[in-house]
Design a protein around this ligand. Sequence first.
Ligand code: GTP
Ligand code: MG
Length: 181
Amino acid sequence: MTSSSITRPKLLKVVVLGDSGVGKTSLLERFVNRRFSQQYKATIGADFLTKDMFVDDRNVNLQIWDTAGQERYQSLGSAFYRGADACVLVYDITDVKSFESLETWRDEFLVSASPSDPQHFPFIVLGNKSDLEGQRSVPSRRAQQWCVSKGDIPYFETSAKENISVDKAFDVVVTNALRRG
Ligand code: GTP
Ligand code: MG
């Protein structure tokens, strides 16, 4: 190992996908900036945030792409999925439709990013808004089964609002992306 490989951070690109309103931007705001806003402001096009991390004895420079769920704001298309090291698929546990969209988001990612080993590409699924348990419409088991059927995708239920499992989920994203090489 050369000295530069010890000190130079590993650049990792992560793409976050999911229907409008599921909380993609909120999860990233929580994870990167430690805040939460109740107010909804649609993401237009795509935006990226960066965060430096230390995972598995490595310095990581994480570049996270936050995308628009609303079709009319998807102005960048999906060209920027290319070169992604991991993909976070988000749905809202109170919104069945957002869960059913995961299949499409995953397919679209695989077509556009065309990773070398699609069967083992590091996806992760986040069932967000876990603080709204009383309004849940997607049973955890249903989501878990879908994840298993897609090659054992890791699954977490998160709350950007209450800060539940957000750091844990991104740790897994980074760990799995690093393992890929
Ligand atoms: P687009 O940019 O349109 O794709 O939406 P998005 O997925 O980025 O959703 P966003 O983060 O803007 O959140 C949508 C709404 O859900 C906002 O009003 C947030 O405050 C709210 N929200 C996000 N995460 C949570 C959560 O964990 N719990 C609750 N109760 N509300 C949340
Ligand atoms: Mg957004």
